[in-house]
Design a binder for this molecule. Structure first.
Ligand code: BES
Ligand code: MN
Ligand code: MN
Length: 464
C-alpha cells in the first residue's frame, strides 16, 4: 500500500525531481576555495527555498563563523519520534578540471556500464547534493501524500568537505533545537545497485602538513650535491619508512589503540559480495595493494592507513633545472579506526617525523582538520528501520559494510546530542566522488527517494 503511494508520487514527479537537482548542481558550492563564497551562500539560499516549498516550517539560514547551516523542521506531534536529517551542500573542488569529459558544474546525463539507466555527471552529484536532495524530495512526498509519520528536522551544512569547523560549535549552541531520536544521513555508498548495504562505521582522520627545510636557499645541485642533505630526498625517505614490507605502519605506538575486530565480525564484513576482478578493472590496476593479512574490505574498513595526498618542492617546470632545493612539503592523511584518537595520532606522527630527521634538516609538522572514527550498532531501531526500508525497496536485505571515508561530525552528534547516526547511503564507490567525472545514478537517486519514506515508517513503528 505505502509502496504504491510512494512510487506513484515519484513517477508523477520524476522529471521535476531531476531538474531541481540539476539546478542545484549548477551552483559551484566549493567550500575549500574562497573564490566560490557567493556560490556557496547562494546554494544555502536555494536549499532554504526548496525546504519551504517542500512544506518545512521555521526554515532559516543559520549564521556561523563559516558557511551557514540550513535548518528546517516539521513537527506533527511532539509525542512522536523525530528524525534529524543531516547532509552537506558544499562540494569538493573540481580540479583537475581538464580531466572532466564535461564541465563539472554543467550537469549532463550519460549512460555507463554500471548505470545503464543513466547517471548525472557533475561535481556534488553523489557527494552530497544528490544524496542530500533525496531527503528534501522524500519529505515533499510524505507531506503531499499525507504520509509523514513522525517529526523531522533538517540540518544541512556547507563545510563538510573542509572538516565541518563551524558545525560543531553550532550544534553545541543549538542542542535544544536539535532534540531528536536519530540522525539520518545519506552520504555513503552501497556495494552495488542490486546489492544494498549499510555502513556500520566510518573511519576517523588525522590530516597533517609537513614542511622540511634544508639549506637556507636553493643550491646548485652540482656544486653542493652530495654534501648537503636534500629535503626532498629526506622527506621521501621518511615517508617510505612509514610502512614496512608488509605495508604495516611503522610509526611507534600507531596501532596501540586499534580495536581488533573478532573473527566473527570479520566474517560478517567479508560476507558482502566483492568482485575483485571488477574492482581492478574499474581502476585499471593489475592488483590490489595493502596491509598483509587483510582483505580489501578489512583494509578499507577496519584498518588504519597513512597516505600522502600531495607532495611538492624543487623544480617542476618545463625542462631540467639542476637544483638542490631548500624546502620540501607533503600533505599526509591517516584514516583512523576505533579506538584511535585523532589528536593522539597527530602527536605520535609529529614526534616520529621530528625524531627521524637527520641533523641539518628541520621538520615542521602542522595538523589540519581531524575527526574521530565511529561504529554504528545494528541493534538500534534506526539501523533496523534502515535495513527494513532497503529490504522493501531493493527486495534484498542489505548487508553490513564499513565506510572507509570520514564524516567527522558523526562522532560529535553522538558526543554532544547523544544521537546515533544511520548511514543510509545510495552512492557507489565507483561514482568518482572527489574525482573528475563524479556522477550519481538516476536509479540511485530515485531509489533513495523511495527508500527514505519507508525508513520513516519503520522507524516510527519500531519506536512505539
Ligand atoms: N561523503 C564523504 C565521506 C564518505 C564517502 C564516507 C564514502 C563513506 C563512503 C564525505 O563528504 C567526505 O568526503 N569526507 C571527507 C572528510 C573530510 C574531513 C574532508 C573524507 O572522507 O575525506
Ligand atoms: Mn559527503
Ligand atoms: Mn566528500
Amino acid at each position: 500500500m505505502e509502496k504504491q503511494v510512494i512510487n506513484n508520487y515519484i513517477n508523477s514527479n520524476k522529471d521535476r525531481f531531476l531538474s531541481e537537482l540539476l539546478e542545484l548542481l549548477r551552483i559551484p558550492s566549493v567550500s575549500a576555495d574562497s573564490k566560490y563564497k557567493n556560490d556557496v551562500e547562494k546554494t544555502a539560499e536555494a536549499i532554504k527555498q526548496r525546504l519551504i516549498e517542500a512544506g518545512a516550517d521555521k526554515v532559516e539560514i543559520c549564521k556561523t563563523d563559516g558557511y551557514p547551516v540550513v535548518y528546517g523542521e516539521k513537527i506533527i506531534d511532539p509525542k512522536k519520534p523525530t528524525v534529524v536529517v543531516y547532509g552537506h551542500y558544499d562540494v569538493q573542488p573540481a580540479d583537475p578540471i581538464e580531466l572532466w569529459d564535461s564541465p563539472p558544474f554543467e550537469p549532463v546525463i550519460k549512460k555507463t556500464n554500471i548505470h545503464p539507466d543513466g547517471a548525472i555527471f557533475a561535481r556534488g552529484s553523489c557527494d552530497d547534493k544528490g544524496q542530500m536532495y533525496m531527503h528534501v524530495k522524500a519529505f515533499e512526498l510524505m507531506m503531499k501524500t499525507n504520509t509523514l509519520p513522525c517529526n523531522v528536522k533538517f540540518m544541512i551544512e556547507g563545510e563538510e568537505e573542509v572538516g565541518s569547523p563551524s558545525l560543531g560549535p553550532w550544534i553545541i549552541k543549538n542542542k535544544e533545537k536539535l532534540k531528536g531520536d536519530v540522525i539520518l544521513i545519506s552520504d555513503t555508498s552501497i556495494i552495488g545497485n542490486t546489492t544494498p548495504s549499510i555502513d556500520t562505521g566510518l573511519r576517523g582522520l588525522a590530516y597533517m602538513e609537513v614542511e622540511v627545510t634544508g639549506p637556507n636557499r636553493d643550491l646548485h645541485s652540482g656544486v653542493y650535491g652530495g654534501g648537503v642533505a636534500n629535503p626532498i630526498n629526506i622527506l621521501c625517505k621518511i615517508i617510505a619508512s612509514c610502512h614496512d614490507e608488509n605495508n604495516h605502519i611503522t610509526i611507534p605506538a600507531f596501532y596501540d589503540k586499534v580495536l581488533i575486530e573478532t573473527d566473527e565480525y570479520k566474517k560478517e564484513l567479508n560476507a558482502a559480495p566483492f568482485n575483485l576482478e571488477e574492482y581492478k578493472k574499474d581502476l585499471a590496476i593489475e592488483d590490489v595493494y595493502g596491509e598483509k593479512g587483510y582483505t580489501t574490505f578489512e583494509r578499507t574498513g577496519i584498518r588504519p592507513t597513512l597516505d600522502v595526498n600531495g607532495i611538492w618542492g624543487g623544480y617542476t617546470g618545463e625542462g631540467a633545472k639542476t637544483v638542490l632545493p631548500s624546502k620540501a612539503f607533503a600533505k599526509i592523511s591517516m584514516r583512523l579506526v576505533p579506538n584511535q584518537n585523532s589528536d593522539e595520532i597527530s602527536e605520535i606522527f609529529q614526534k616520529y617525523f621530528e625524531s627521524v630527521a637527520p641533523k641539518g634538516i628541520k621538520v615542521e609538522v602542522k595538523p589540519h582538520h581531524g575527526g574521530e572514527p565511529v561504529v554504528i550498532s545494528t541493534n538500534s531501531a534506526g539501523y533496523k528501520a534502515a535495513s527494513m526500508a532497503m529490504n522493501d525497496s531493493f527486495g534484498i536485505k542489505p548487508v553490513i559494510t564499513r565506510g572507509g571515508g570520514s564524516i567527522p561530525i558523526v562522532a560529535l552528534f553522538k558526543k554532544e546530542l547523544g544521537l546515533d547516526s544511520i548511514l543510509l547511503g545510495f552512492g557507489l564507490d565507483s561514482d568518482a566522488l572527489h574525482s573528475p567525472n563524479e556522477h550519481y545514478g538516476l536509479f540511485n537517486y530515485y531509489k533513495g527517494i523511495e527508500t527514505i519514506p519507508l525508513f520513516y515508517k519503520h522507524f516510527t513503528d519500531l519506536s512505539k
